[in-house]
Design a protein around this ligand. Structure first.
Ligand code: 13P
Length: 252
């Protein structure tokens, strides 16, 4: 009932030329997999090129960030209206944005509101740090991030949430399927109390953090996990294709 979704977050990797090569290397194989949303999130400057290449296919495009104003004197920023012409999705609140660029639950909330108002579909990222995890604060942190991020936002089945424990990102130390499945079940319950149960059952929740073609099956086999937000492995065409194929096969 929840359509599976795999998104590739290329982060600050690929020049425009490299992005074009990467998407061309993946496109026909990705297009051939049915019953699953496949989203590529290149850097801003490659959005136009990647969108042009995937046009007419079932592969979709997302941005990695966005400012919350539609236009104005905000040197260096990119607005929801600019993205709307180029892509359908936008990743918001990624832990790297929170960690290195000062994003907070408040700014992520403003961005989520602005994205939805512009008709973009947010991939809203949450996750606890290693320190928070070891201190047994995971649930408190996630509840705070969900509640704060979604403050004054009406229930919306199209929102996508990505649970990415910070200690699992880029470290090669993925959570276990069981750990991620239980935590995502908790996130869904939190969402049911913030919004309502019907919406919470419809929202897709992804796992992210050191996902590869070797471990994707473990996550996707969990009933509450609807897909993955993939970093490093999304930069390798063969790995990303395999992650998409396995997900579609398991969730069929
Ligand atoms: P890795 O898959 O490289 O651990 O990155 C995960 C991530 O942050 C995706 O947004």
């Amino acid at each position: 009932m929840r359509r599976p979704l795999i998104a590739g977050n290329w982060k600050m990797n690929t020049t425009v030329g490299e992005a074009a090569t990467l998407v061309k290397d993946m496109l026909s194989a990705l297009s051939a997999v049915n019953g699953i949303d496949r989203i590529l999130c290149p850097p801003f400057i490659s959005l136009q090129r990647v969108s042009d290449i995937v046009k007419g296919s079932s592969v979709e495009v997302g941005a990695q960030n966005m400012y919350f104003k539609d236009k104005g004197a905000f040197t260096g920023e990119i607005s929801p209206l600019m993205l709307k012409e180029l892509c359908k999705y936008v990743i918001l609140g990624h832990s790297e944005r929170r960690q290195f660029f000062g994003e907070t639950d408040e700014t992520v909330n403003a961005k989520l509101k602005a994205a939805l108002a512009a008709g973009l579909l947010p991939i809203f990222c949450i996750g606890e740090s290693l320190e928070e995890n070891e201190a047994g604060r995971t649930k408190d942190i996630l509840a705070r991030q969900v509640t704060g991020g979604l403050k004054e936002i009406a229930a919306n089945k199209d929102l996508v949430i990505a649970y990415e424990p910070v200690w699992a990102i880029g470290t090669g130390k993925a959570a276990t399927g069981d750990q991620a499945g239980q935590t995502i079940a908790f996130i869904r319950n939190t969402l049911a109390s913030v919004w309502n149960n019907e919406t919470a059952q419809s929202v897709r929740i992804l796992y992210g953090g050191s996902v590869t073609s070797a471990n994707i099956a473990e996550f996707i086999s969990e009933p509450h996990i609807d897909g993955a937000l993939v970093g490093g492995a999304s930069l390798k065409a063969a790995d990303f294709i395999e992650i998409v194929r396995q997900t579609a096969a398991i969730k069929q």
